[in-house]
Each structure stands twice: as structure tokens, then as C-alpha cells.
Design a protein around this ligand. Sequence first.
Ligand SMILES: Cc1cc2nc3c(=O)[nH]c(=O)nc-3n(C[C@H](O)[C@H](O)[C@H](O)COP(=O)(O)OP(=O)(O)OC[C@H]3O[C@@H](n4cnc5c(N)ncnc54)[C@H](O)[C@@H]3O)c2cc1C
Length: 570
Amino acid sequence: MILDAETLEHGASLEADLCIVGGGAAGIAIALQFLRGPARVLLVESGQHAPHAASQALYAGEVVDPALHSPPDTYRQRQFGGSTTLWGGRCIPLDPVDFRARPWMPHSGWPIGPETLAPWYPAANMLCEAGEFDYSASSAMPGGMRPMIGGFAPRDFSADGIERFSLPTNFAARYSHRLAASESLRVLLGANCTAIEPAPEGGRVRRLLLRTLTGREASVSAAQVVLATGGLETPRLLLASRGPGHEDGVGNARGLVGRYYMCHIAGTSGRLRLDLPREMVQPGYEVAGDGTYIRRRLHLTEAAQEKHGVGNAVMRLHFPRIPDPAHGSSVLSGLYLARRLLPYEYRKRLAGPEGMEFRTTLRHLRNLASDPFSATDFAWTMLRKRRLAERKFPSVIVRPPGNVYSIDFHGEQEPNPASRVTLAEASDALGMPRLRVDWRWTEGDIRTAQVSFRLLAEELARWGKGSLEADPEEIAYDMLRDGAYGGHHIGTTRMGATPATGVVDADCRVHGMANLWIASAAVFPTSSQANPTLTVVALALRLAARLKQDMAAMPAGTGPDLKVAGQPGG
Ligand SMILES: Cc1cc2nc3c(=O)[nH]c(=O)nc-3n(C[C@H](O)[C@H](O)[C@H](O)COP(=O)(O)OP(=O)(O)OC[C@H]3O[C@@H](n4cnc5c(N)ncnc54)[C@H](O)[C@@H]3O)c2cc1C
């Protein structure tokens, strides 16, 4: 059943066996595991089915350096479905190296290994609608995939790994009918959790305080509580929740909540020339037998990462930077000129050079006029394959003239305690302190990119059929040009075996809190090269199984005790 919190009696006290806070990918993945059965489950979600400015404004906050990080009310959605209402759908599992305590990377190492997550990935892949859980180019398609660069067999990179693409699935749109049909589960929309109230004796959550945008209040007492509010909102909620023994925030006895905030280091750089016939270069997507778009990339091997003391990283073939009209492509110029039609999150990286707007626009117009038919054809293809198709073509792919590509880099960011989110002085409309984001990068982050480019250049030179020009200073500039890679909010309530090393334990339970759990990329101790959502969902499924097992021992319930005005017990 899906209800609106505005229908609750003011001051209602709700009870549940399990309360999930947040209805994004993580919260919905957990809720789907409780559609039947004795447990009384309540999912409280701040947003509604559609976006609302007043809800989204609750995400606004401060950024210490706006050149390095986008405003916190961008790159995430306070809406039922969370940021899956906006995401790109790229799915990639973590690599074994991500879990290792790597001597060359301070604060690395997960308290679980890849074998712990492996059983949960196939089901996560299914929920993300990314097809079969097969991430190898040699087996994902009958007969194998076409090579990205024909004949190129680098030593320091694996060319076998692929990424798969979700529809991209909006978890609320896709799964809310199942949640609505459940007898044992209630979803409460428009319900903002404003505080976690610890029990006076400490060590557990007593209740959660809820408030709607019109000021209606309620509380929830639940045997188990899962925070699934995303990588930025989870630390905010913990830090804003105080009580005896929790003076610095719930779960924050060691001052770790909000620290180690990571995104990814990403950007396009370099000029890669290939002396090959164009048909031997495959920069784009192929369609797997199950209909999913898949794409190869070059993955820096674990051995190379270890040898050079750098992080995990991948590289893909890319077209030249769209805002630079020197590319001469009518298609790319058309995209630049139409950028205002895109959401902020996709437009941000298309900003032109400052102070040269008029001249730049003129040059783009000239490119467009030089070949309007290609641009029109491209626009029609994108309309058909992206706007109108259910499974959307994942991104723009343009073959640049002359086999000259740039490299699209996506790399791991080191865990750094100084990169953090804290609470600001200002409050939101519900009285909760706003977020203050102080995202930092390290020399190590940039070195991972520079070393990857250098190794690729060396491999190409040895091979003799291509070359890569990439200046280390230019790489550093290109990786930081737009600041943190938006949308991936990682590490702010990290997993650690002990309270000294993590906010949550290996089971994602907050250290020292018997009934408080976290499902989010916030628990990742390291950020990997991989986009986070597939792993967020895998961890959520693992947590759901654990909670189910614990709750199986409980007496059967009758549904959450929701006191809805005019519908007692409804
Ligand atoms: C533009 C963009 C592109 C992306 N592309 C990719 C991609 O290609 N691949 C990938 O893996 N990832 C991608 N991501 C990231 C991906 O969207 C997130 O990793 C994922 O959606 C996180 O899911 P979540 O459930 O942990 O958190 P969220 O999606 O943030 O969900 C949290 C939910 O909690 C609710 N909530 C928040 N606070 C409260 C509160 N106090 N009380 C009640 N409810 C609350 C919110 O409304 C929201 O519904 C992208 C993100 C963006 C912005």
C-alpha cells in the first residue's frame, strides 16, 4: 500500500518491525524483499512520484569550493525513486582489488571480500535491468564482441571488461506497483525523517521523527531501522540526530561520520591517433543477446596498479571535447548549441570557455552549417533511440574525423578523512541543519590519471599503430576542470571492522547501535573505478537477507500500525 503522509493524524505513532528510510534504489531493493511474509515493513520516503521544488529544496546546502563540487541539490533527486529518476544506468561490479587493503593506498581495504558480494550481484543486475550478470567481452555475446582497437593487446590494461546499461530503470516507476500491491508493506510518501532518536540507555534507535512539508508530525518505533537516504543525506541525518551519549551525532562517537567523502576523478583528455582502418575501431556500444547495451573499456590491471602505486581506473575511446569548436563536427556543435535543453547534471560538462561565449557560439554555428544533414540525422536517431525507446541508447557516440579520439577517463578517488561533509549553520524548511560539502582531491587521485595515460601512451608506442599525446599538466587540468564527478556520493559512513575504522560494521550495521543499518554507497570504504549503483543494490539485497533471517524469529505481525485520519489502522 502506498499512502501520503499528509493523511496521517498529526502526532501519529507508527510501529513496524522494519522501517526503511528512503525510497531510492537501495530502499526499494530492500522493500521488494518484504512484499510477503509476517514482517510489518514501513518505507518512509520524503518525495512523491513526481519531482517537487519544495522537496528538492530540502537538499540545498553549502559547498566550500563551488569550483570543485556542484550544489548539493543537484546530482541527486529528493523524489520517490531517488536519483534513479535521473541516472545514466551504467552498471559495473567492483573488482577484487577494490576490497584489498592496498599498502600504496592509505585507508583502503573492506572488511568483506569479493566472495561476500558475489552471490548478490546477479539479482542486483536483474533489478537494475542490465541483463545477464556477465561482464566479460568474450562471453557476453555469442561469438564475442568486436575489439575496441583491432589488434591492440596491451599488457597493463585488460580489454575484456565491459559495462552494461540499465534501461535506465527508474526504481519507483518500475517497482511501485509491486510495493502498492503488498499486504505487509506500507510506503509513506511525503514523509521526511528529521531525526533518529536514540534510546535513553543508548545502543539502539528508540524512534524516528517524521515531518511533512506542511508541518504534520509523526514518529515511528521500529525493531530495525535501515537508512537508505543516499551518500550525502545519510551522514546529514546521523549528524543532525543527537541524544545522551550521542552528542556529536548518532554513530559518530569516533568523529567518522561524513569523512572520507569520495566521488570519482573523471574527464576527457589527450589525443589518441590510430593508424587503422576505421572499421577496426569500435568506440561505441553493441547490443547483447538479451537486448542490453554493452561497451568495452580498457581497465588498468591490478598488477599495474600495484606496480605503479595508483588507484583503479578505466579508459574509453571518446570524441573531442564538445565545447571546443576546433573538432569541426556538426553533430558535436549541434549538441553544444542545444545544451540548454539538457538537465543541469548533463549540461554541466558542456560549458564553453568563459568570456568567449559569442565567438565560440559562432564557430559552432559554422560547424553546424557545414554539414546540417549529419546533425539532423543524428538528432532523429537520438530522438528514436533515446527519447522514444524503452531501453535507451546510453550516450552520444560520435566517430571523430580522422581516427583521432580523446580518452574518457574514470578513476578511483583515494579515501581521505579531510574530504568531508558536515552540518552548516543554516537550516532547511523542516528545521534540519543544511549540509556543508568540503570535497577534496589528492595528488594520488591525479597521479592515477596521469600514470594511466602514460602507460597507455607507452603501450601504443610499443605496438606501433597508434599514439597518444597527453601532457601531465593538461591531464590534471582536465580531470579537475569540472570538479568532482557528480552523482556518485561515496564513503561518508564507511564500513570498518571496528568502530575506530568505520561507522558501520561488515554487515552494514552502525557500530554500537543494535538496530540501525545503512544501505548506500556511503558505506563503501573505497570508491573503485566502477559506478556505484549496482553494488549499492547488491549490498542492499545482502542486508535484506540478513534482516529477514533475524526477523524470522519474531512473532507474526499484522501490518504497520498506521493511524491514518479517518481510516484507523489503514
Ligand atoms: C546524473 C546522474 C547520473 C548517474 N549515472 C549513474 C550511472 O550511470 N551508474 C551508476 O551506477 N550510478 C549513477 N548515478 C548514481 C545513482 O543515481 C546513485 O548511485 C543511486 O541512485 C543511489 O541510490 P540510493 O538509493 O543509495 O540513494 P538515492 O537515490 O539518493 O535515494 C535516497 C532516497 O531517500 C529519500 N530521502 C532522502 N532524505 C530523506 C529523509 N530525510 N527522509 C525520508 N526520505 C529521504 C530521497 O528522496 C530518495 O528517494 C548517477 C547519478 C546522477 C545524478
